[in-house]
Design a binder for this molecule. Structure first.
Ligand code: ATP
Ligand code: MG
Length: 558
């Protein structure tokens, strides 16, 4: 398989870290952070950010903190904190420390008071809508608030009373006093604090004012000693504000610096917490960990190994322009991993019965099958064989076209790890449908070869009917039929695939019991399947066997 490999090459972030570790202001120190908001589960896009922050810091002997950006009490919860930590560790990274923006609320508040005292922040009594209208546009300057010239004393008093909970939500905000005519809209007196009378999952009812992202983020970076604050491109225009706050607070040359990279987009899916939330709430999927979801919990349940996700992230690297990656590329990393690691088992997804008419009455037989041709150490297993088997319905045709080489009347095929069988007759039901295929076997072909050297054109898989274990198998298609859901301005959910999951009752060889919850196995000739994390007889199709990524590349080259 010519699957892509992880590229351990360099990129502009690593170049920056390298340069800074030689002559930067940090004395060779590298410190990054991964700053999720605990209001949802991590998805594959977050994985890109995690791999970059942890991976790049590690390459330069640095450290990475996990910091929860918990500044919006209404949507955040302890449950998400725990899930996110578990996901980061599952992905293979251990934070230097776990911190919370709320750890710094006291300091952030004190710094805000400092800016008020310096005449650099003021309390604005305009409501959110007015503030937004008065910000102006790209070509029109903003309009100064009538409250902009309040005295320091009045601002200190009002901010103290906002903090004490004297005013209603939305009635006042604290704004930085920068420049309402600034060409960068972010610099037009951005909001630093808003009033929220909400229970915070960590600080409870202690605070009535909460810092905005912009006010909390850079200052939290500074408190922790972050050197490189890596975020996605949409924060590009926030960088002057990030710097402005730190400069006003007197942070020196070794203050943190923000660098932006392109967020991950993948075809046939959405990577926005809001949209993923909608899928869950409207019942389009079973939950956040539904195997069709691009969340780390969904991918894990689906059978995507952390190694493959890391290899994918390493391969795509980081860029300065947004792009979309094909989901087939990610799948290709998953397939490559399982090809070398997964055990093989025979499972029939759509069974039709085969009766071996010359099978000796009462003969007990077992065949020896290879567990993993890519890994000799995986050894072999015994597979019971008997006079009554299941094969795949589409491996048999009553009246086959020219190119069909599998089982048909008068045809001989090899049963994998079994014998050659020849179809002599069929039994049909009332509507003429085939209900049973009657075959004879050649006992001389036990090793998979005929002593007289005769050849067969096909090898098919099978399961002994009397020994078969029943499984429930979930086959997945794309969650969205459109490769770029919502890209034409429509609601992405319009292209939801109504048939993204198909359930089958399947028949498996007994050794399927060896497969542990969460483990991935290759169903021979069918694909890779993960036993559900909660155990039981449910298997999820992780990915098929065909390398669709190779086909896409071929198409792109021609
Ligand atoms: P969403 O837009 O899905 O709500 P978010 O950016 O609001 O995501 P956060 O919890 O704030 O979610 O994200 C934590 C970190 O993960 C941020 O630094 C963010 O830049 C990064 N991140 C989020 N989505 C992606 C993505 N698709 N590709 C790369 N990094 C991402
Ligand atoms: Mg965010």
């Amino acid at each position: 398989m010519n699957a892509p490999t992880s590229n351990s090459g360099t990129d502009f972030v690593r170049e920056l870290l390298k340069q800074d570790s030689i002559d930067g202001p940090y004395g060779g120190r590298v410190q990054t952070r991964f700053p999720p908001e605990p209001n949802g589960y991590l998805h594959i896009g977050h994985a890109k950010s995690i791999c970059l922050n942890f991976g790049a810091a590690d390459e330069f002997g640095g450290t990475t903190m996990l910091r929860f950006d918990d500044t919006n009490p209404e949507t955040e919860d302890e449950h998400f904190v725990e899930a996110i930590q578990a996901d980061v560790r599952w992905l293979g990274f251990e934070p230097e420390e776990v911190r919370y923006a709320s750890d710094y609320f006291e300091q952030l508040h004190a710094w805000a008071v400092q800016l008020i005292e310096a005449g650099l922040a003021y309390v604005d009594d305009q409501d959110a809508e007015t503030i937004s209208q008065n910000r102006g546009g790209f070509t029109t300057p903003g309009v100064e608030s009538p409250w902009r010239q309040r005295s320091v004393e009045e601002n200190l008093d009002l901010f103290a009373r906002m903090t004490a909970g004297e005013f209603a939500e939305g009635s006042r905000v604290l704004r930085a006093k920068i420049d309402m005519r600034h060409e960068n809209m972010q610099m037009r007196d951005p909001v630093m604090y808003r009033i929220r009378d909400q229970h915070h999952f960590r600080t409870g009812g202690r605070w009535k004012v909460y810092p905005t992202y912009d006010w909390a983020h850079g200052q939290s970076d500074a408190i922790e000693g972050v050197t490189h604050s890596i975020c996605t491109l949409e924060f590009d225009s926030h960088r002057p504000l990030y710097d402005w706050y730190l400069e006003q607070l007197g942070q020196g040359a070794d203050r943190p610096r923000q660098t932006e990279f392109a967020r991950l987009n993948l075809t046939h899916t959405v990577l926005s917490k809001r949209k993923l939330l909608q899928l869950v709430h409207e019942g389009h999927v079973d939950g956040w960990d539904d195997p069709r979801m691009p969340t780390l919990q969904g991918l894990r349940r689906r059978g995507y190994p952390a190694e493959a996700i890391r290899a994918f992230a390493g391969h795509i690297g980081v860029a300065k322009v947004n792009g979309v990656h094909e989901i087939e590329l990610l799948e290709s990393f998953v397939r490559t991993h399982h090809n070398t690691h997964a055990l093989r088992r025979m499972v029939v997804l759509d069974p039709i019965e085969v009766v071996i008419t010359n099978w000796p009455e009462g003969l007990d037989d077992t065949r020896e099958a290879i567990n993993n041709p890519e890994d000799e150490a995986a050894g072999t297993r015994a597979v019971p064989f008997s006079g009554r088997l299941f094969i795949e319905r589409d491996d048999f045709m009553l009246d086959p076209p020219n190119k069909f080489f599998r089982l048909a009347p008068g045809r001989e095929v090899r049963l994998r790890a079994g014998y050659f069988i020849t179809c002599n007759d069929v039994e049909t039901g009332p509507d003429g449908e085939v209900i049973r295929v009657l075959c004879t076997y050649d006992p001389e072909t036990a090793g998979g070869q005929a002593p007289d050297g005769r050849k067969v054109k096909a090898t098919i898989h099978w399961v002994s009917a009397d020994h078969a274990v029943d499984l429930d198998v979930a086959l997945y298609g794309r969650l969205f039929t459109d490769p770029h859901p919502g890209s034409d301005g429509t609601d992405p959910l319009e292209s939801l695939n109504p048939d993204s999951r198909e359930m089958r009752g399947a028949k498996a060889e007994p050794a399927i019991v060896d497969i542990a919850p969460g483990e991935v196995v290759q169903f021979e000739r069918l694909g890779y399947f993960a036993r559900d994390l909660d155990g039981g007889d449910l298997f999820h199709r992780t990915v098929g066997l065909r390398d669709e990524w190779a086909n896409i590349q071929k198409r792109q080259q021609s």
